[in-house]
Structures are given as structure tokens and as C-alpha cells.
Ligand binder design. Sequence first.
Ligand SMILES: Nc1nc2c(ncn2[C@@H]2O[C@H](COP(=O)(O)OP(=O)(O)O)[C@@H](O)[C@H]2O)c(=O)[nH]1
Ligand SMILES: [Mg+2]
Length: 228
Amino acid sequence: MTRVSFIVPAYNEAATLGEVLRRVEALDLEKQIVVVDDGSTDDTPRLLEEWSSRNGFHVIRQENRGKGAAIRAAIPYLDGDIAVIQDADMEYDPKEVPELIEPIRRGAADVVFGSRLSGGRPQRAYLFWHLVGNRFLSLLTNVLYNTTLSDMETGYKAFRADVLRSLDLREDDFAIEPEITAKVCKRKLRVYELPISYYGRSYAEGKKITWRDGFKAVFVLMRVRFTD
Ligand SMILES: Nc1nc2c(ncn2[C@@H]2O[C@H](COP(=O)(O)OP(=O)(O)O)[C@@H](O)[C@H]2O)c(=O)[nH]1
Ligand SMILES: [Mg+2]
């Protein structure tokens, strides 16, 4: 049976992390869960304490350096055939993971992006400028790498685990998303997209990404294309 490694970056996510972990745990998959909590100041550490003795559950702690650093810290611990990045904030529903990884299981894909912009699934209507920014970044990705992605910033990205290990990721913050997208496209891997639901949260609810990350994404997409 295919083993699936969930990478869960969690920074001050006590309000939702428990439910996310329960939903992941409930999936009928052979799995491993690696949570990276780098300096949360809410109840996240206590909650993880309760889970830490479970089989296939691993917690990594380090100094706070951003989502990218958290994902990178998890990679050496992965023992699955497939790796999925699972945000801890309930914007992405773990129930959709079996569908997301299916093209990899079947041997058709090396990487699958869950798209919030390809239609057909519930999407919270809000944050117009995020939509514009995301469409622009996806268009730029498509032009630079001759591809057809609709949502390069999506948090749901699934990989053959060996492919994820080989990407040589370096970004610490939210620039990890364009870095992954760019490196995956540049390597000419078999990338697929699937529609996923998006239960977007507001800044008041704890969202952390900002317009600065959007500008940095442009830079990273260009840099990987022309130099790395
Ligand atoms: N470990 C860790 N996780 C982070 C950090 N920054 C963001 N995350 C996690 O990355 C995921 C996405 O962050 P979020 O703020 O929802 O980003 P957005 O939805 O893209 O605006 C969530 O699970 C966050 O807890 C960080 O500095 N450290
Ligand atoms: Mg989020």
C-alpha cells in the first residue's frame, strides 16, 4: 500500500490544528504525520504534546523562520512514497487528499497541485486583490515555464516523495510556494492539477500571507527561470 506523509506547518494554529489532525487521522490511508511548530505562543505546543505519542506522528520544533523553513525541516523525516503539504488552518480539507494523490498513485503524475481556481468546488468568496495577484502570478508562471497552471500559490501540493527531496528548496518564508512551483516546472516533471475546495480565512482569523509575499513571488519565479 502507498504510504502518504503529511507535512503540517503550524504556527499559532491551536484553533484549527486539532480538527485538521483528526481529519487527517481519519483518512483510510497508510500514513505518517510530521508537524512543524516553530515557536507558537498559543496552545499549539500543548495540543501537539497530546498527539506526540501516537504511531507515525512526529513533531519538529525549531526557531521561527517561516512556512518554507518549516516544510524544509520536515523533508528529512519523511518515510512515505507520497508527500502532501497540509496547512493547519482548515482552509484545505484533508478529505480531498485521497483524490489529490490519485494521479501520483496511478503513476501518471510526479506532482499534483490542488487548484482553487479551476471551478467545481466550494470557494469562499472574498479578498479580490488576492485573486488578482494569484491570477497574475499563475499567468507569469505559465509564460515563464510554458505551462498551464491556474493556481500556483495553492497550499495543496502533493509530490512523489523522492521528487520533493530532489527539489533542493531554499526559501524560508511564503516564497517556498513560487520556489516549489518554479523548480517543479523547470525540471519538466509531470504536473497535474485537480479542483479543490477552499475555505479561506480572513486576517482576523489568522491568515499570515501579505502583498509583500506576492512581490517576492515574482522575483523567485524569475530567478529560478533565469539563474538557478
Ligand atoms: N511552522 C510554521 N508554519 C507557518 C509559518 N507561517 C505560516 N505557517 C503555516 O503555513 C500555513 C499557511 O499559512 P497561512 O497564514 O494560512 O497562509 P495563507 O493561507 O497562504 O495566507 C498554516 O498552516 C500556517 O500555520 C511559520 O512561520 N512556521
Ligand atoms: Mg492558510
